[in-house]
Design a protein. Structure first.
Length: 753
């Protein structure tokens, strides 16, 4: 996740994270300059794809499409609800929603050899009210944060899901890991974190053995944390059975996280993230389930999926990373931009909220939005289809209101307003010969392969006509060969990146007189994606004799195809789109919206000092456009998968023309009957050696009661292109008719198409 701080970075089926094992994570740049502090340093992806992530994303997309078409999940004995999904070949697979169950989370604490725990310097609270710190980060501290009677990890997810889901966390005591902070956290290799997970597990195991525990004792203890078959490895639809992997594992490292600057560790700190220890995938793991990972000692229990967080992490970072563990993506701009999801969801800046005190930001998170809760099966909502209208009572989104024992719809957490599916057609290029070319596809975190067997020979030469738009120096098209049946792969040519019109690519390798495999592999990271690569007129020659000419006109034609498609150069797709209406009030964990939104206001004299302001209560409207894979408004201004509509999109500015970031601009995004007070944010700047304080003030107004989708720019300010969202011009309207206590009565009209 990314922290919204000066000098650092400011952090559904819609936002897809696909699986890939690719080169080091794309480090993007961004800034949070509301305080006048320097621009942010590089950002790392905190939601990193594992080997099965892409498959899970596809299953989730198919499951949610099935729900939209009237499918009903089947409640399972022991918890969870599953949907049976048909494959193209008639076989079945299954997807599970996390409802009506309590998941166990195992937490290990690992301290670096050169930086043990309790070495984070105490912040000077007269200068720093943003850094989280307590005198003793002992086991009891985490027990209280995770399972305490007040704000806690357990309480957060129980309240967020309205009791449909719960967690039980067990935290083990600190263990010494053999490596230094740099050996696990240095930025030259993200996979160093996998070694931290392995060393933490093995050090804990050694600690248990030193305490006199037998392997049988340790395995018996760990068995309670392996009750769930996350990936349904035997495809029987029963997820409530062991699979040999710890169900949910989180590791806490000593020191601060790099996402918060790293403190004394700087760039040697680990960046908090969710990932999978993919070493040995397909070759090692529990018997019958070889999904790689790292074994905890000799117990037979393995760690695959994991999250990692810092010693002084607030509740927000743990809740956010666990959201990823449940399958949710980031809602902030992962390419370093600045969209308006801001503090409105846990999966963006909402993870950095608090109760407005001096104990640091991120200590108490805000809620998720309706799309995230719907994806997890936790949302109570009504639907308005085309040609329908109605009055709806929206209670605060913290709670659910319907009594399952009665058919009466007492109130809703949200209203979903369905729109006609969106058709998009993009023409990239025209094949140089015939009507088709092989296309890599475009998306984040791809690992698409086009593989074939090559007859025995000494020298193999492959050539192809290629058209490509590939993100320079971050995404690549590889030409690779294998002499051992695909166990290992080697470059047959320099990887291709950047852009080119149709040109000839060629690759040559020595096969040593034996049969080989050759493949084109297209790999992208999680930041920005471009059109990808088109290949036509592919020729393979062995010792000068042509053995293949292929132009994607004859089906697979001997290729093993994973992700590539035969394309005309034009891509057309149909995607769902809809609005969510929800009622955000200062109730439950949404009290943080009145207390915790912050702005770094004294970047010159006190760079770690924040001022607090309020996000305004009322009806928050979200536009969901699933033709987009993410919320990267820096790449597509005004567009994203799930974005809030800002009722007051006009950016307010400082006297010098700069503006507070889009993490602050949408504080008044809600619609309603409540007047909006003047809100002023501040920053410092040096002028001729003197510190000046500037104020950016959003004027008071009576509030806006009616949302009306009257056109693309109805709630969009072109002078602030990454803020708010452009709309489809559907004519949908939603008017707040009245407010009683914290509940809103809303009239929704969805015109017939």
């Amino acid at each position: 996740m990314k922290k919204f701080a000066p000098g650092l970075l400011a952090g559904t089926t819609a936002l897809v994270l696909s699986a890939a094992i690719v080169p080091a994570a794309h480090a993007t740049t961004g800034s949070d300059t509301s305080s006048g502090a320097p621009a942010a340093s590089s950002q790392q992806n905190d939601n990193r794809p594992g080997p099965l992530t892409k498959k899970q994303d596809k299953l989730r997309a198919k499951a949610l499409a099935t729900l939209r078409n009237g499918g009903t999940p089947k409640a399972r004995k022991g918890g969870g609800a599953t949907l049976q999904l048909k494959k193209g070949n008639g076989a079945s697979t299954y997807y599970e929603f996390p409802v009506n169950r309590t998941d166990k989370i195992l937490t290990f604490l690992g301290q670096f050899s050169d930086f043990p725990h309790n070495n984070i310097a105490a912040p000077d609270r007269t200068k720093d009210n943003s850094t989280t710190w307590v005198p003793d980060y002992n086991k009891a501290h985490y027990d209280d944060m995770f399972m305490g009677s007040g704000d806690s990890f357990h309480d957060y997810y129980k309240q967020l899901s309205a009791g449909k889901y719960d967690v039980s966390l067990t935290t083990e005591d600190w263990v010494d890991v053999p490596g230094t902070a740099a050996s696990y956290g240095a930025n030259d290799d993200d996979k160093r974190a996998w070694q931290f997970i392995a060393d933490t597990g093995n050090s804990w195991y050694a600690q248990q053995k030193a305490a006199g525990k037998s392997d049988a004792d340790i395995k018996s203890y760990l068995a309670q944390f392996d009750q769930w078959d996350r990936y349904d490895h035997d495809n029987d639809g029963n997820f409530n059975e062991p699979d040999g992997y710890i169900d949910h594992f989180q590791a806490i490292h000593s020191g601060q996280g790099e996402e918060a600057g790293g403190g004394a560790l700087g760039e040697d700190a680990i960046w908090s993230h969710r990932w999978y220890v993919a070493t040995g995938y397909g070759r090692s793991g529990p018997q019958g389930n070889l999904l790689g990972g790292t074994q905890i000692g000799d117990t037979g229990l393995w760690i695959g999926d994991y999250t990692v967080e810092p010693e002084n992490g607030g509740l927000g970072v743990f809740a956010h990373e666990f959201g990823h563990d449940l399958g949710l993506p980031d809602y902030y701009d992962t390419a370093g931009g600045d969209n308006s999801t801001a503090f409105w969801t846990l999966m963006s800046g909402g993870s950095w909220l608090n109760h407005g005190g001096t104990d640091g930001i991120g200590t108490t998170p805000g809620l998720m939005g309706p799309e995230e809760k719907a994806e997890l099966g936790w949302l109570d909502y009504s639907t308005v289809n085309s040609g329908q209208s109605g009055r709806f009572k929206l209670g605060p989104s913290q709670h659910q209101y319907d009594n399952p024992a009665t058919p009466k719809n007492e109130s809703d957490q949200a209203v979903k307003v369905n729109l006609p599916d969106k058709e998009t057609t993009t023409t990239y290029t025209t094949p140089p010969e015939g009507t088709h070319a092989w296309w890599s596809g475009r998306d984040d975190n791809l690992n698409q392969t086009l593989t074939r067997s090559v007859p025995a020979g000494q020298t193999v030469t492959v050539s192809a006509q290629a058209w490509y738009q590939i993100e320079q120096d971050y995404d690549y098209l590889f030409a690779e060969y294998s002499t051992d049946g695909g166990a290992t792969w080697h470059d047959a040519a320099t990887p291709v990146t950047g852009s080119s019109d149709w040109t000839t690519l060629s690759a040559t390798y020595q096969a040593g007189g034996q049969p080989t495999l050759f493949r084109f592999r297209y790999a992208t990271d999680g930041g920005v994606n471009e059109a990808g690569a088109f290949l036509d007129t592919i020729s393979v020659a062995v010792d000068g004799t042509n053995v293949l000419t292929d132009g994607a006109e004859s089906g697979d034609n001997g290729w093993t195809v994973k992700g590539w498609t035969a394309s005309t150069g034009t891509d057309s797709k149909v995607s769902p789109q809809y609005f969510w209406l929800e009622n955000r009030q200062y109730v439950g964990y949404d009290k943080t919206q009145a207390e915790g939104p912050y702005n770094f206001s004294e970047g010159v004299t006190r760079p770690n000092w924040v001022e607090f302001f309020k996000d305004q209560p009322g009806m928050l409207v979200w536009y969901v456009d699933l033709s987009y894979a993410n919320n990267n408004t820096s790449a597509a201004p005004g567009h994203g998968a799930v974005l809030p509509v800002d009722a007051h999109p006009k950016a307010f500015r400082f006297p010098d023309g700069t503006k507070p970031s889009n993490r602050r601009q949408p504080f008044d995004a809600t619609f309603g009957l409540t007047p909006v007070p003047e809100t002023c944010l501040h920053k410092q700047k040096l002028v001729s050696g003197e510190v000046q304080t500037l104020a950016a003030c959003a004027p008071a107004n009576a509030g806006i009661s009616t949302f009306k989708d009257s056109g693309e720019d109805a709630y969009y300010d072109p002078t602030n292109p990454q803020g708010s969202t452009k709309l489809p011009g559907s004519g949908v309207s939603a008017r707040v008719m009245s407010q009683s206590g914290d509940s809103l009565t809303v009239l929704v009209q969805n015109p017939a198409v």
